[in-house]
Design a binder for this molecule. Sequence first.
Ligand code: XLS
Ligand code: NI
Ligand code: NI
Length: 442
Amino acid sequence: MKNYLKTIPKIKFKGSKSTDPFSFRFYNPNEVIHGKSMKEHLRFAMSYWHTLCGTGVDMFGSGTADKSFSKKEGTLAHAKAKADAGFLLMSKLGIGFFCFHDVDIAPAGETLAETHTNLDIMADYIKEKMDSTGIKCLWGTANLFGHPRFMHGAATAPNADVFAYAAASIKKAIDITKKFDGQGYVFWGGREGYETLLNTDMKLELDNLARMMHMAVDYKNKIKFNGPFYIEPKPKEPTKHQYDFDAASTISFLRKYGLEKHFKLNIEANHATLAGHTFEHELRTAAINDMFGSIDANQGDMLLGWDTDQFPTDVYNAVYCMLEVIRAGGFTTGGLNFDAKQRRGSYTPEDTVIAYIAGMDTFALGLKIAYAIIDDGRIDDFVKERYKSYTHGIGADIVNGKTDLEKLTRYALSNGEITTNTSGRQEMLESIINSIMFGNRF
Ligand code: XLS
Ligand code: NI
Ligand code: NI
C-alpha cells in the first residue's frame, strides 16, 4: 500500500487538447451545465469489487493484477489496506461515491457471527474514512452468488436454510449501508434463476423471491433506511434463466407481488445488451414506468457474449444514456457507478486511474452532447411532429378515451384507404446527431 499511486497526481481538468494521460480532457467537475455542476449531474461512483478486489482472473488464467496492497489476503489488515487504497484512488480522481458488497469490505469469518464481527470492524473503519474525506456511499448490496452455499440460489434456493442465511446477509448489508448513510440498496439476483425445469419449482422460487423482498421492505421501514431499493436486471450469467431478465420483466414481477412502490431499477449497460436491448431502451423502460433509479456504467463487446464489464468509452452510448437520464429528470439518489474493470492485460494501478479517467471523460462528453441535442431541438421537435395526429380530431379522442371500436370502425370506413404515411427519417436523425457531435470540429 505504501507505494500505491505514489507517482499519480491529483487528476485535474486540463482541457481537450491535453496529452497528459493523468488529466481529464472533458470532465470538468465544477463546470456548470444547465444549472448544475458536472459533478452533481454525473454522481460518479467507484465499484469496490472490481477496483479493490478484482485481479483479472478468468476461465483460462489466474489474476494478473496484484490487489494484496502488501498485506496477507483474507485478513482484516488486508481489508483495511484495500479501504485505504480505495479512498486514496477516489480522492485522486475526485469521485464522490462508492458502491460495495458485504464480501468486498471484510474477510469472511469461520462462522456467520464472525463474519458479522469483521463487517462491523470494517464498517467503523470505512465510516471514519468517509467522514474525513466527504466521500459518500451510493449503494450497498449483499453478495449472494459467490460462495458455494448459494450454488442453487439465495432467496430462490430449494433449501430453506440457505434462504435464512441469505436473509441474515441482506439484513446485515442493509444495516451497514444505513450506517454509511447510503443513498440506496441494490438487489442483483446473480443466482436467482435456474438451469433446468427438470429440478425446479419455478412458482415457489418466484414467490419466495417476493417474500424475501417484502421482508427487506419491512426491515427497511422498521430501521428507517430512507434510500430506495433497486433491482438490477440481468438476463443470464451466471444462471441460464435469470428471473430479473430485463427492466420490463422486473417491473412486472414487482407489480405482481405488490412491491413496485418500494423499488426502482439499477440499469447496467452490459446487462441491457445481454438481454438483446440497447442501454437506452432499458433506461426508457424504467423511466416511463417511474422506476428510473441508478446506473451501472460499463460496456460489453459486440463480439463476446458475456458481461465483460469494460470501462465505458463509447461516446454514442454515453450520449444516448445521458439523454435518457436528463429526460428522466436527472439522478436523485442514483448515480453512475463504474461497474467496470480493466482488461486483464491492463493490470497496473496506473491503468486503473487511466480507465476511470476514460470513463469519466466519456460520460462528461455524453452529458454535454446530450444537452446540445436537447438545446438544438430538432430531434425532440421531430418526435413531437411525428405524433401530432394524436393532438386533435380522432387522435385526441383516442388519447382521451372518448372512442371505441365501433366509432373507430365508422371513422375508418368513412376515411377510406391509407395511401400516405410519413417517413421515419432515421438516417436524417442519425446524421443530425453526428453533425451536433462533430460539426464544430471540422
Ligand atoms: C454482475 C452485477 C453485479 C452487481 C452488484 O453482473 O453487475 O456487479 O452490480 O452485485
Ligand atoms: Ni452491476
Ligand atoms: Ni454486471
